[in-house]
Design a protein around this ligand. Sequence first.
Ligand SMILES: [Mg+2]
Length: 103
Amino acid sequence: MVEPIGLNQKMLQVRALADGKGFSSDQTRIWEMLALIHTEVAEATDAYKKGEPMEHVGEELIDAIIRILHLVSALDLDAEALFQEKMKKNWERPYKFNTVRGG
Ligand SMILES: [Mg+2]
């Protein structure tokens, strides 16, 4: 059980929703869950391309976050700890790390 702080609070909310609405968190679904994260990013891309309101683009990005948090929960990972560790690592990198052609 993860400590309910920071990003873990949102992850636990997402997991409660997934469980409450009958969506499996079984690790046999990992490939499917990874694919569904891509579909939400594609939906955001499509909404942006079509000139839809930014709120719709944002809604699709939130869908991606929700699906990512569901997957992180299904993998029994500590989202907050991983987030803090990765942010620390990224802050320690040099300015424009790994950037040759922009990005
Ligand atoms: Mg969506």
